[in-house]
Design a protein around this ligand. Structure first.
Ligand SMILES: [Ca+2]
Ligand SMILES: [Ca+2]
Ligand SMILES: [Ca+2]
Length: 460
């Protein structure tokens, strides 16, 4: 069966299951709205809960958009090789990995590996203190803005990094003990000395679905949730990042990446090709390796404008997967606790998209569980590396849709920007700063309430 034929098959199945479970639990507190909440991406939602759950195009995708989606899919899966190959040439000279999909496996998220030789979906952003003339980070001489831990033959990889974890323990109000692991990074084999005062930010590859819907939420809607100076006094601010858009040559709202430092999927894709794979494009025609290698011959872009556009459409049209068990009693209790514990103040359950150039995305009710804003998450999570308006302790609220399928899709449950959390509860226990009160609410919960909260997160 082809991908899109299977979609109809699954949507029917899920429809039947939802109808059946409503009938079965007629005494449960579930409402029509709860059932509707399965549609995380509105009518774009896909219905597949297998390891391919993140890889489907929108359920409502139009034929002409699907053609572009499939072209972009091919680019996403292309393994680039070092010049002078005939096909898919241009990898490097410095790079982190050879294809988009090798880091975003199944369009999902990566996990940290102890030894950087083996890093496949983790990278480190670096910078010197201060800001450039757009308010962005300043490249480090000889290293640029990102550590590339791989290089083609005849060139030095910039360095290797190793992760060391320190165990820390804490205790819930009911006496149950928990442990967390705090990462430390060791630099080894740096090709030239790495400046002592350089800023270093670890990042895990995040999932790729649903992003077109997030791009289609109007700036006005996003700003309506911002409260930068916490004027309502609830301890939660939420501030927009403004970043440089290289196609428009101006500052615009940032939406993508762990610090919302990319404004559009087009720029995000071009930056990833350039920084992570050493693939130049019409968008970013200079090699990211220039800081180290001054004598790179100039050549035509290694990714054509058509390929890059298709790649952006591909990212734009990957569907969020439907929720499972949205009307289950424990899940509904967990949903209530999620709201009561103040989680929903940042992980905003419901947003509406505006009118957008793709009809499929326009005016959809979506349930991404994010406000796309920056929040101070406290010292525990700080990377101390500012990124435009994001300070060293601010992060963009990550969307929680689809998070319950991480294990099935990617075979692990590592969360947060550096993958340090080994499961969902650890991710919550790292919350601090503006989310300190929310975490305290979790610490005070009974074990059965905590279980219900996790069941709710797993249903997303
Ligand atoms: Ca190249
Ligand atoms: Ca570099
Ligand atoms: Ca507030």
């Amino acid at each position: 069966m082809k991908k899109y034929e299977r979609l109809y098959h699954y949507s029917f199945l899920v429809f039947v299951i939802i109808m059946w479970s409503c009938g079965e639990n007629s005494f449960s507190p579930s409402t029509d709205d709860d059932a509707e909440e399965a549609y995380l991406g509105g009518s774009t939602t896909s219905f597949d809960a297998t390891s391919k759950a993140y890889t489907f195009p929108f359920s409502n995708i139009l034929a002409e958009t699907l053609v572009l989606h499939q072209q972009g899919d091919a680019v996403f899966e292309t393994t680039f090789v070092s010049p002078p190959a005939t096909f898919n040439s241009g990898l490097g000279p410095l790079y982190n990995n050879t294809s988009c999909k090798s880091c975003h496996v199944n369009d999902g998220r990566a996990k940290p590996l102890i030894d950087s030789e083996a890093f496949s979906g983790m990278l480190f952003r670096v910078s010197s203190t201060g800001v450039d003339n757009h308010g962005g980070p300043i490249p480090i001489s000889g290293f640029g803005l990102q550590i590339q831990n791989k290089a083609v033959a005849g060139t030095n990889a910039e360095m290797k990094l190793q992760i060391q974890y320190e165990e820390i323990t804490g205790i819930f109000a009911d006496g149950q003990v928990y442990t967390l692991q705090r990462p430390k990074y060791l630099i080894i084999d740096s090709y030239i000395p790495f400046p002592k005062d350089a800023l270093l930010s670890p990042r895990i590859a995040n999932p790729n679905f649903g992003l077109g819907l997030l791009q289609a939420v109007s700036e006005e809607t996003i700003l309506s949730h911002a409260d930068e100076y916490d004027s309502d006094g609830d301890g939660i601010s939420g501030k927009p990042n403004y970043v440089y858009d290289f196609s428009e040559n101006r500052m615009v709202l940032g939406r993508f990446g762990w610090k919302a430092s990319q404004p559009t999927l087009l720029q995000q894709a071009a930056a990833a090709a350039n920084g992570d794979m050493g693939i130049t494009s019409t968008y970013f025609p200079e090699e990211a390796s220039l800081g180290q290698l001054q004598d790179i011959p100039s050549h035509t872009p290694e990714m054509t404008a058509d390929q890059l556009n298709a790649l952006a459409i591909y990212l734009e049209t990957l569907a969020p997967p439907a929720r499972r068990n949205a009307s289950d009693k424990t899940v509904l209790k967990g949903k209530l606790l999620f709201n009561q514990a103040q989680c929903a103040a940042c992980h905003i359950p419901k947003l509406k998209t505006g009118t957008y150039q793709l009809a499929e995305i326009s005016n959809q009710t979506i349930r991404p569980y994010t406000d796309l804003l920056l929040h101070d998450m406290g010292d525990g999570l700080a990377d101390h590396r500012p990124d435009f308006r994001a300070t060293g302790s601010e992060w963009r609220t990550p969307p929680l849709w689809g998070i319950g399928l991480t294990k099935i899709v990617n075979g692990h449950t590592n969360f947060l920007h550096d993958g340090r959390a080994r499961n969902l509860i650890e991710a919550v226990l790292w919350h601090g700063g503006e989310a300190e009160q929310a975490k305290q609410n979790i610490l005070k919960m009974t074990a059965s309430d905590r279980n219900a909260l996790i069941k709710f997160l797993e249903s997303l």
